[in-house]
Design a protein around this ligand. Structure first.
Ligand SMILES: [Zn+2]
Length: 700
C-alpha cells in the first residue's frame, strides 16, 4: 500500500464549558475526534489534538458566587474533573489548556487589534437586560422568552433552538430572567460590535466553495443567513463579568464566544512551545510552507459560531482557515432526550464506575456515520452489539485459538488461508477511506464482516478437535491457529483507533506494538505467542442497571440557567460510608417532634442581595435577602469571618422566614439564615438549594 508524504493535521473538539461535568452526550464528539486523530497517527501523519476548558462568562461568575469561591478555584476543579473523565475514556489530547490562560489573553489581544485595524469594530449604545434582584446584567443564556423570528416559546436569549435564528436577548418577546424569574429591566449600556457583514462576500465564498463544509451545512448557511445582511456581533459585556477585560475599553469584557475559539489557537501555542514547534507554522499561511490542515469537530448547535464568526475572525487576523468543520448531531438515550428522571442523563464518571469505556467507544463508532443525524444509545442494543462484536467476534477469535500457540509460536511461514488475510488487507483502503470521511459506522461494518469470515474459518477447521487428534495433527493445528491469530491481529490494527486499550493487550499477546496501519498488510510468521489471558469481559445488564440507578434523580422543574449539562456529581455509597460519625456523636439528635411542630417553622429559599460587615460586632454580617418580588428581609447572621460578604451576593440560601423579629443593638433582624456547624468544628456552612430553586420557595 502506497502512502504519500505525511500530512500535518491540527484537530480540535469544541471546548467543554467549565460549568458542568462531561456526560455521554459530550462524548459523542470527543470520542469521534479522538478516533480520527488516532487513525491519522496510525497512518503515519503528524496529527495534533488540542482542546481546553471554556472558562469565562456569567454562568461561572454566578456559580462561583453561589459556592462562595473564586472563579479560578471553580474552573480549576472542573478542569481536573474534565481531564479525569477524558482520560477514563482514553480521549488522548496532545495538549489540554484553558481559555483563562495568559497565552489566550495575549492572542485575544492580537486578534482584537486586527479586527480594530480592519475597521470591523463599532461602538453602540444598546438596551441590555438587567436583573434588578440578582443585580447583574443578564447574559444571553439567563434570559428566556419567545423567539422574535419564529414565535417558538421558551427560547434562550442568544439563539432559537427551533429555527436557528440568533438575536439579542432584548429582542425576545415575554423575556424573563432565569435567575430570579422576574421581568428584566432594560438598561442602556455601551457595547462593541463586530460588523461581520463587511465579511459577507468572503463568507459566501468560503462557506459555499472552500470544501470545508458538508453540503447540508453549506446549504443551511446559505438558506438561513447568507441571503440577507449578517447581523452585527455583540462582542463586549459590561462588568460584572468573568473574562478578559478589553484593553482599550476598560470596565468591559470580551464576550465568552470571542475568547473561546481563540482557545484553539492558544492551546496550539502552548503545545508548540512545549514541543519546540512554531505556532506560526500551524496557524499562519505562507506561500511556500508545508500545507497544514485544521479540522474542527463541533455539535450542530454551534454551527453559526464556527462557520461564520470564527472564519471571519481568522481571515481578518491573517490566520489559517479551517480545512474542515465536522458537524455532528446529538445523543439520544433509548430513543429520547437524556433525562434525569429516567436516569438517562449519564455522566462520564458514572459510566466509568460501572461499565467498560471502550465498549461505549466501539458502540458510538458503530453508529456515527459522519452526518448531522442524532445517534441513539439504545441500552439493550448497546449491550447486545458491543458484546456480540467486540467479545463474540474479535476477542473470541483470539481466545479460542491463541492457546495452541503458546509453546510453538506462529508457523514459520504464513500458511495458505484460502485468501482470507489478503482479502481483508485489500479492504484496508476502503476502511481507511471510511475513517477519513468520518463514516465510522461503515468502517466498523467492513471490519466486522472480515471478523465473520475469520470466525467461520475457525468454526470450519475446529482446532479443538485437531488438538485432541495427537501429534499427527500438530502441524495443521499450528497452521490453523496461526491463521486465526493473524486475522485477529489484522482486525486489531483496523480497530486500534477505536479500542486502543484492547489493541495494546492484543499487541502484548503477539506481534508487539500496533503503531502503523501498514501492519494490517503483512501476516506475521515464526514469532512467539504469549500465553493466553482474558482480553475483555462482556458487559452485563446488571452494570447497565447500576448506571441508570446511579443517574436517577428528580427532574428539576425549572432548568438550570446556562448549564444545559448540569452537573452535581452524585455522592456514592462509598463516600457516604467513609463519613465520620463524630458530628452526630458530638451533638445527639434533638427530642422527637411531630410534622405539626415542623410546619410551624417556615423555611424559604432566599437570595442574598446585599451583605456587609457589622463593624462593631465580632461575628455578625448584615444581610439583605430577597424572597422574590418586592419581599426583602434584613437579617443579622453570625457568619462573619467564615464568609467574605462580597462573595455572598447573588447566592441562594435558606432562611427561617417566620421567625419573630428581634431588635438587636445594630438594628432589627427579621429572620435567620440556616447554616450547618458542629461542636468543636471551625466552619459555618451555609445551606444552598440545588440549581433551579427560586427565591420564595418553601422547604417541606
Ligand atoms: Zn425561532
Amino acid at each position: 500500500m502506497h502512502q504519500s508524504a505525511p500530512r500535518r493535521i491540527l484537530v480540535t473538539s469544541a471546548l467543554p464549558y467549565a460549568n458542568g461535568h462531561i456526560h455521554l452526550g459530550h462524548l459523542v464528539e470527543y470520542i469521534q475526534t479522538d478516533i480520527y486523530v488516532r487513525f491519522q497517527k496510525l497512518r503515519g501523519h503528524q496529527a495534533v489534538y488540542v482542546c481546553a476548558d471554556d472558562t469565562h462568562g456569567t454562568a461561572i461568575m454566578l456559580r462561583a458566587k453561589a459556592e462562595g469561591r473564586r472563579e479560578q478555584e471553580v474552573i480549576a476543579d472542573m478542569q481536573r474533573a474534565h481531564q479525569a473523565d477524558f482520560a477514563g475514556f482514553q480521549v488522548a489530547f496532545d495538549h489540554y489548556g484553558s481559555t483563562d490562560s495568559p497565552t489566550n489573553r495575549r492572542l485575544c489581544g492580537e486578534i482584537w487589534e486586527s479586527l480594530r485595524a480592519a475597521g470591523l469594530v463599532v461602538s453602540r449604545e444598546v438596551q441590555q437586560l438587567f436583573d434588578p434582584q440578582a443585580g447583574v446584567f443578564l447574559a444571553d443564556r439567563f434570559v428566556k422568552g419567545t423567539c422574535p423570528k419564529c414565535g417558538a416559546a421558551d427560547q434562550y436569549g442568544d439563539s432559537c433552538e427551533a429555527c436557528g435564528a440568533t438575536y439579542s436577548p432584548a429582542d425576545l418577546l415575554d423575556a424573563r430572567s432565569t435567575l430570579s424569574g422576574c421581568v428584566p429591566e432594560v438598561r442602556s449600556a455601551e457595547h462593541l460590535f463586530v460588523e461581520i457583514e463587511q465579511k459577507h462576500e468572503f463568507l459566501e465564498e468560503w462557506t459555499q466553495r472552500s470544501g470545508a463544509l458538508a453540503p447540508p451545512i453549506a446549504n443551511y448557511l446559505a438558506g438561513h443567513f447568507l441571503g440577507e445582511p449578517l447581523r452585527d456581533w455583540d462582542i463586549s459585556r459590561p462588568a460584572p463579568y468573568f473574562g478578559f477585560e478589553i484593553p482599550d475599553f476598560p470596565g468591559h469584557y470580551w464576550y465568552v464566544w470571542f475568547d473561546a475559539p481563540i482557545g484553539y489557537v492558544a492551546a496550539t501555542a502552548e503545545w508548540a512551545e512545549a514541543q519546540g514547534e512554531s505556532l506560526d507554522a500551524w496557524w499562519r499561511p505562507t506561500a511556500d510552507d508545508t500545507p497544514v490542515e485544521i479540522h474542527h469537530f463541533i455539535g450542530k448547535d454551534i454551527t453559526y459560531f464556527h462557520t461564520l464568526f470564527w472564519p471571519a475572525m481568522l481571515e481578518s487576523a491573517g490566520l489559517r482557515l479551517p480545512t474542515g468543520v465536522h458537524v455532528h448531531g446529538f445523543l439520544t438515550v433509548n430513543g429520547q432526550k437524556m433525562s434525569k428522571s429516567r436516569g438517562t442523563f449519564i455522566l462520564a464518571s458514572t459510566w466509568l464506575e460501572h461499565v467498560d469505556a471502550e465498549m461505549l467507544r466501539y458502540f458510538y463508532a458503530s453508529k456515527i456515520a459522519g452526518g448531522i443525524d442524532d445517534i441513539d444509545l439504545d441500552l439493550d442494543d448497546f449491550l447486545a452489539k458491543s458484546n456480540a462484536d467486540i467479545v463474540g467476534k474479535i476477542v473470541n477469535l483470539a481466545s479460542r485459538t491463541v492457546r495452541w500457540l503458546a509453546e510453538t509460536g506462529l508457523s514459520p511461514t504464513y500458511p495458505d488461508d484460502g485468501g482470507l488475510f489478503a482479502r481483508a488487507a485489500a479492504e484496508g483502503d476502503e476502511i481507511a477511506a471510511a475513517y477519513e470521511a468520518g463514516d465510522l459506522a461503515r468502517a466498523m461494518r467492513t471490519i466486522m464482516q472480515a471478523a465473520d469470515r475469520a470466525n467461520a474459518f475457525v468454526d470450519e477447521r475446529q482446532p479443538w478437535k485437531l488438538a485432541k487428534a495427537g501429534p499427527d495433527a500438530a502441524g495443521e493445528l499450528q497452521d490453523v491457529a496461526s491463521i486465526a491469530v493473524n486475522l485477529f491481529r489484522q482486525l486489531m490494527v483496523y480497530l486500534a483507533p477505536v479500542v486502543p486499550a484492547l489493541a495494546e493487550e492484543a499487541s502484548a499477546l503477539v506481534g508487539g506494538p500496533i503503531d502503523s496501519w501498514s501492519q494490517s498488510q503483512t501476516p506475521l510468521a515464526g514469532c512467539p505467542v504469549s500465553p493466553f489471558r482474558p482480553l475483555k469481559a462482556r458487559v452485563t445488564s446488571e452494570q447497565i442497571a447500576a448506571v441508570l440507578a446511579a443517574s436517577q434523580q428528580p427532574e428539576t422543574s425549572s432548568p438550570t440557567p446556562g448549564a444545559p449539562m448540569d452537573d452535581t456529581p452524585q455522592p456514592t455509597a462509598d463516600q457516604a460510608s467513609a463519613d465520620s460519625p463524630a458530628p452526630l456523636a458530638a451533638e445527639p439528635l434533638a427530642e422527637q417532634c411531630t410534622i405539626d411542630d415542623f410546619v410551624k417553622v417556615d423555611l424559604r429559599v432566599a437570595r442574598v442581595i446585599a451583605a456587609e460587615e457589622v463593624a462593631e460586632a465580632r461575628k455578625l454580617l448584615k444581610l439583605t435577602v430577597s424572597l422574590g418580588g418586592d419581599a426583602t428581609r434584613t437579617i443579622f447572621a453570625g457568619i462573619k469571618g467564615h464568609h467574605d460578604p462580597a462573595s455572598l451576593v447573588g447566592r441562594l440560601v435558606v432562611v427561617v422566614a417566620n421567625l419573630a423579629p428581634r431588635q438587636m443593638k445594630f438594628g432589627l433582624s427579621e429572620g435567620m439564615v440556616v447554616a450547618a456547624s458542629g461542636e468543636g468544628a471551625s466552619g459555618v456552612y451555609l445551606i444552598s438549594p440545588e440549581s433551579g430553586a427560586l427565591p420564595g420557595m418553601r422547604l417541606r
